[in-house]
Each structure stands twice: as structure tokens, then as C-alpha cells.
Ligand binder design. Structure first.
Ligand code: EPU
Length: 336
């Protein structure tokens, strides 16, 4: 375990922003992690896959890359298995491993960037499935006491792109491993998300397997979302806002085609992508950064943009959406 000084974080964030960290260390065991914390660093930045952050300035802190590895089946019943996965495993590689073993539950979450240990923090989700649907528990290290604690699903208080680790326990724990429950036989497929059905039909599959669903999801994602290895981005930059039904009625009279999903009797979710698109930002470029041409919710760094540039664009978008629709867009990405 070597603490390096003054290194660029460009390879460690999917936006590809070039800022420096005053100190950087990668840990591949719980003991190393405890040893680093025992040096009592004055400031810490925990790094998973770096897929949900916008770095707007140099980081004057110890950047701690969680590189804990390992995937193992810890128990099984006739139709299911419990799998324990270390926090530093890449999310999509876990999904591929599950598909190879024919374990079902994560296939709709194919190709989501990031690592397993950061996935519960924002309860990652896509195509009608969220992490919480297969989540059993996670183990996390208390940064103060250096003790490991197990969090059950209830403890985690999962919500839409939300959990206790983003709220009352923010910055207090480092997730070290996650246990999932997956089906080993009689998989329950979730194909009701419109685009999946259409894609399966497109590729001529009538009775899909979990592997087919993954293929369909990969194909949909590739058609809309830029590959961070080629174009810097952090997926959805904003959350889909939830508004009251009275506000929705007013908007609907002004914008009859506004897409929406009913969340409860008095709350309606509006796709942020539609708001940004309608505000005229889709595909707009400002030199080396802009709004993705195929999905208005994704801000992109074409190479060499600064975090401040992208932050400035995000504020411009928030102001336009507020002015036109009177809706506050909240960022999904963490701004640092
Ligand atoms: N739309 C537009 N313009 C666009 C794109 C979309 O008007 O440029 C409208 C369309 O009406 C479309 C609707 O927005 O029907 C919703 O779009 P989409 O189905 O692509 O999903 P989303 O709400 O934009 C969410 C997640 C994505 C996830 C997809 C699929 C959030 C913030 N984003 O996007 O998650 O992949 O659903 O389930 O909830 C991520 O978190 O990084 C991410 C990519």
C-alpha cells in the first residue's frame, strides 16, 4: 500500500476531468483500509468507479480507491443463490459473471458504469429494475470506529436514486461488500419496460432468457448513452423531478404532450430529459463539452473540458427549466 502525492484523477472519473489529488491510495484489503484510516487523514474522498461525480477543482484530500475484489456464492436453495461481492468489483463485470452462471436478477442493470460498492449508495436503477430488488445486505466500515457493520435492506432506506448513505450517514461509512439474492432457476423476467419489449421483438426473440434481456438492454443503452471510454460522461446528470398533480395539470394545459409517470395520487414524475430537450439543449455543444445528441439527460466532455465548464452548463440548464416549466432540476451526479 503506497500513498502517492499529487496525481491526476483523469483516469479515475468517467467524465475524464483532469484535476489533481494531493494524496492517493488504492486499497485491496480491509486491513489496508483500516491502516489508511488509522493515519487519521484530515480529509477523505472515497472513490469507487468514479462514475457519478463531477470534479470541479483539485482535490485537497486523501483519495481512497476501493479496490477490494472477490465474488462468491455463500448459500443456495433450490431456486436461488446468495452471492457476496466485494466493493471494488466492476458492476457490469458482475452482471456478466451472473449471466455466465445463469443467475437472474441483475440483467436489466447491464452496462451501468461504476463499482459494486457504490451501487447501493444511489440505489442504481434502469429499465424497470433497481439494485434494491436483489439486495439482501451490505457490510460497511465505520470511518470513525473502524468497525464493520452489516446493513440490511431496511437499514439502507432505499428510494429513487437514494439511500441512507446519501442522507443521514453520508460520509460516515465505506461499503466493503454487498450480498445479493439471485434466481438460479425459474427466472422472473422483467420485460414490461416498453423499450425492452420493442428491442426483443426487433431482434426476433419471443421467449427471452436473462441473457437475451441483457443483450436487449445493452443494445438500447448503446444506442442512446455514450460510452465513457470514448466520450466522458456520468450517465444521467439530473434526477427525474417529481411534481404535484395540481402543478402537472397547469403544465399539461401548456404542453399537452408532456410525458409523465404517476408516482402516487398527488405526485407525478416528469422525465428530466424531456424538459431539457424541450428547453432546446439536446445536442448543443459548447466547444469541447455539451449535451448528448441522443439523450438530453447526459452531459458530455468531448475531451479537455473542465468540471467548471460542465457545472456552468448544468446551471444554465437548471435556470432554463425553472424559467420555462417552474421545475427545479436536482443533480444526480455528486459535484465536488
Ligand atoms: N426524452 C426526451 N428527450 C430525450 C430523451 C428522453 O424527450 O433526449 C423523454 C422521452 O419521452 C422518454 C422519456 O424522456 O420516453 C424517458 O427517457 P428514458 O426512457 O431514456 O429514461 P430517462 O428517464 O431519461 C432513466 C434513468 C436512466 C435509465 C433509464 C432507463 C434517471 C435520472 N435516469 O432515464 O439512468 O438508464 O431511465 O431505465 O432516472 C443513470 O442513472 O445514469 C441512467 C442512465
Amino acid at each position: 500500500m503506497i500513498i502517492k502525492n499529487n496525481i491526476t484523477l483523469k483516469p479515475f472519473n468517467t467524465f475524464g476531468i483532469d484535476v489533481n489529488a494531493s494524496e492517493f491510495v488504492s486499497v485491496d484489503s480491509i486491513q489496508d483500509l483500516k491502516d489508511v484510516l488509522n493515519t487519521n487523514p484530515s480529509d477523505l474522498l472515497i472513490l469507487g468507479g468514479g462514475s457519478n461525480m463531477l470534479l470541479t477543482k483539485d482535490v485537497n484530500a486523501l483519495v481512497l480507491q476501493i479496490n477490494l475484489k472477490g465474488i462468491s456464492v455463500i448459500s443456495s436453495t433450490e431456486n436461488s443463490v446468495q452471492v457476496k461481492v466485494s466493493a471494488g468489483e466492476n458492476w457490469h463485470e458482475l452482471v456478466c459473471w451472473c449471466l455466465k452462471e445463469n443467475f437472474g436478477g441483475l440483467e436489466n442493470l447491464s452496462l451501468i458504469p461504476g463499482n459494486v460498492g457504490t451501487a447501493p449508495i444511489q440505489n442504481i436503477g434502469a429499465y424497470g429494475v433497481e439494485l434494491k430488488d436483489s439486495f439482501i445486505s451490505c457490510e460497511a466500515l465505520d470511518i470513525q470506529t473502524k468497525e464493520l457493520r452489516v446493513f440490511t435492506k431496511e437499514d439502507c432506506k432505499f428510494g429513487y436514486r437514494n439511500s441512507i448513505f446519501k442522507q443521514e450517514l453520508k460520509g460516515q461509512y465505506i461499503i466493503t461488500s454487498v450480498v445479493f439474492e439471485l434466481s438460479s432457476h425459474q427466472h422472473v423476467l422483467k420485460t414490461n419496460y416498453g423499450a425492452i419489449e420493442a428491442e426483443l421483438e426487433n431482434i426476433g426473440i419471443e421467449t427471452p432468457t436473462i441473457q437475451d434481456i441483457s443483450k436487449a438492454v445493452i443494445s438500447i443503452r448503446n444506442s442512446k448513452l455514450p460510452d465513457p471510454k470514448l466520450i466522458g460522461n456520468s450517465g444521467s446528470f439530473f434526477k427525474n423531478p417529481v411534481i404535484s398533480s395540481s402543478k402537472f395539470k397547469i403544465l399539461k394545459s401548456q404542453f399537452p404532450l408532456i410525458p409523465h409517470y404517476t408516482v402516487s395520487e398527488d405526485s407525478i414524475k416528469i422525465p428530466a430529459a424531456w424538459l431539457i430537450d424541450t428547453a432546446g439543449f439536446k445536442g448543443k455543444t459548447f466547444g469541447n463539452y455539451g449535451v448528448h445528441a441522443k439523450q438530453a439527460l447526459v452531459l458530455v466532455n468531448y475531451g479537455g473540458a473542465s468540471g467548471k465548464d460542465i457545472l456552468k452548463l448544468s446551471i444554465q440548464i437548471q435556470k432554463a427549466v425553472k424559467f420555462i416549466f417552474d421545475i427545479d432540476l436536482e443533480t444526480e451526479v455528486n459535484i465536488l
